[in-house]
Design a protein around this ligand. Structure first.
Ligand code: NAP
Length: 286
């Protein structure tokens, strides 16, 4: 049981965790924190948090679990603001979509990585953001990746694992560098492609007509381009090297496809599309 959960950044991710833990009876009190009192009051009105603070040092006082779920670019400022104010028994974790930058920011802010800091990343979300979009079932049967380091206290990792499991998730552990490479391929590259596809069509001009005839395929492929631009800017900046590698890999494959089209090589096109279709059928929506 978590006595007092402090959620810094009560948006889709933090708000959904608070809702899930309350629904499961797994925490007694939730204190929300952020910059904007109007958003935080909405979170109180929606029953997501019990009360809020805009002073982060006050927010974390007395909390036994602290989740930082702000955009990646705001993590360092949050760590600096709470430094020296955490309870001695507090566990600190985060939900950032790329781990290397968050770990570096924590190491700098706390002069070394605190044993009670457990980096984490729920593999769940929607293209919506803000507390209004949060819901208790977001993590049900979804994975959460924890990336504890050699410095991380085993008990702290166990408490974060228990928290996510209480929210309905399956927890796995991974090395942070491996996490960032895997997520660059499976999440960051698709988002970059979706944004670029929509923007490419915008740049064709005569936007109205292009989008007027956009059918199901376009809608399916580009849904994630409705995600929060700040979050995706921060992910591209934080995980730039791994994302760049994936883009280069993708561009080479796209070039190969372009040549097959140029050469009217029906056999090559058929082989590529069949291989991709079979892989998708095997691994996705199985
Ligand atoms: P969100 O809905 O926009 O919520 C972010 C919250 O952070 C907002 O409530 C915002 O509230 C607060 N915030 C923003 N800047 C801040 C700052 N400088 N200091 C303090 N609070 C600040 O975003 P989200 O989708 O929940 O994402 C949160 C984190 O989870 C990100 O690190 C993201 O990478 C990660 N994540 C997202 C998803 C996803 O699909 N959305 C999935 C997995 C992980 P105020 O404006 O009131 O401050």
């Amino acid at each position: 049981m978590i006595e007092r959960l402090c959620v810094i950044g009560v948006g889709l991710i933090g708000g959904s965790l608070a809702r899930a833990l309350r629904a499961a009876g797994a925490c007694r009190e939730v204190v929300g924190a952020g910059r904007n009192p109007a958003n935080l009051q909405t979170a109180v009105d929606l029953g997501v948090i019990d009360r809020y603070e805009t002073d982060l040092a006050r927010a974390v006082a007395g909390a036994d679990m602290v989740l930082v779920s702000v955009p990646l670019g705001a993590m360092a400022a949050v760590f600096n603001a709470i430094r020296g104010h955490l309870s001695p028994h507090a566990v600190l974790t985060d939900a950032g979509s790329a781990k290397g930058g968050v770990i570096d920011a924590a190491r700098q802010a706390f002069d070394g990585l605190p044993a009670a800091f457990v980096p984490g990343h729920p593999i769940a979300g929607t293209e919506q953001s803000g507390v209004e979009a949060s819901f208790a079932g977001l993590y049900k049967d979804r994975r959460v990746i924890l990336t504890p380091l050699p410095e991380t206290d085993i008990q702290a990792t166990a408490r974060v694992r228990d928290m996510w499991e209480a929210a309905g998730a399956e927890v796995v552990e991974m090395d942070p560098v491996h996490h960032d490479a895997v997520l660059a391929a499976t999440s960051h590259l698709p988002h970059v492609l979706a944004y670029t596809l929509v923007e490419s069509l915008v740049r064709l001009g005569d936007e109205g007509e292009v989008f007027e005839y956009a059918a199901g395929g376009f809608r399916d492929f580009t849904r994630i381009a409705s995600s929060d631009p700040v979050m995706w800017r921060d992910i591209c900046l934080a995980n730039g090297d791994a994302i760049q590698l994936m883009i280069e890999h993708f561009v080479a494959d796209l070039q190969e496809l372009t040549e097959a089209i140029q050469n009217r090589d029906g056999q090559q096109l058929l082989e590529l599309f069949t291989s991709a279709r079979d892989a998708r059928d095997r691994y996705v929506d199985k």
